[in-house]
Design a protein around this ligand. Structure first.
Ligand SMILES: *[C@@H]1O[C@H](CO)[C@@H](O)[C@H](O)[C@H]1NC(C)=O
Ligand SMILES: *[C@@H]1O[C@H](CO)[C@@H](O)[C@H](O)[C@H]1NC(C)=O
Length: 239
């Protein structure tokens, strides 16, 4: 029996015609075809992953705000991305360089040659968003926008994309993007005594998420759960 999905199609075409899931998915999983203007500020809106562990842990433990400022470098198709991250009122930042070509982004080595895995930009009906699909951590999908928050319909479309992939329900990032006057997290002099309390409060309020994730993994993705457990153990006991 074919399920129908209206919301995604409404977002894409502004009509209320329902289409079979497969058609909506076919469209949503295609690479973006417009040459996007990457430069400027982007906010991380939501994240999904092949395994729900990554976004669930990220959002339960840290619930970060993330902003990236992309600037083009002198070499064509080479960009610098400055990330600002805020966790419980503390900030951190890092910069990296990437190559953008054929709707995909690549890490680069010191000669600006592509290295590592590629991240592909997928179609989105949201006019000022990007959806980036990365193969890291067994597969990650992130929704970015020029706006700090997106509409419920835009978020729903992203959720449809994650359903098309059979990935986890999206976790929404923190939308507090004030990075001014925020102590750097790697600064030794900060008073971080309040952090454990804030962390446990957050965990208390969201503890059902890891449990749901555990249940989902064991019920639907036993092999993924097994691989992750193995990888995790291998990291702890590397012999
Ligand atoms: C983004 O980067 C540009 C170029 O370095 C800079 O002029 C601008 O102030 C930055 N914006 C923010 C919000 O950091
Ligand atoms: C991080 O932010 C600090 C303070 O604004 C700045 O001095 C430093 O250069 C930044 N680091 C990176 C990698 O952008």
């Amino acid at each position: 029996m074919m399920k129908t999905l209206c919301v995604a199609v409404v977002v894409l075409s502004l009509t209320s015609v329902c289409q079979p899931v497969s058609l909506a998915c076919e469209k949503l999983l295609k690479p973006e075809d417009k040459g996007p203007d990457l430069s400027g500020i982007w906010y991380f809106i939501a994240m999904s992953s092949q395994s729900c562990w990554v976004p669930t842990l990220l959002n339960t433990v840290a619930w970060p705000s993330v902003r990236v400022n992309i600037t083009s470098k002198d070499t064509p198709n080479i960009y610098n991305a400055r990330h600002d991250i805020k966790i419980y009122g503390y900030c951190s930042n890092y910069s990296d360089t990437f190559l953008y070509q054929n709707n995909a982004m690549f890490d680069v080595d010191s000669d600006n040659a592509p290295s590592g895995e590629q991240e592909v930009l997928l179609q989105t009906g949201c006019p000022d968003c990007h959806v980036v699909k990365s193969d890291e951590f067994a597969g990650i999908l992130v929704l970015f926008s020029r706006r700090k928050t997106v509409t419920a319909a835009e978020l729903k479309e992203f959720e449809t994309q994650t359903e098309c992939l059979g990935w986890s329900k999206p976790q929404v990032f923190n939308s507090d993007h004030n990075y001014e006057n925020c102590p750097l997290i790697d600064d030794d002099n900060i008073d971080a005594s309040g952090l454990p309390t804030k962390f446990f409060q957050r965990l208390k309020n969201t503890y059902t998420e890891p449990l749901k994730c555990l249940a989902e993994n064991l019920l639907y993705y036993p092999s993924v759960a097994y691989n992750w457990a193995q990888q995790g153990l291998a990291n702890i006991w590397p012999f």
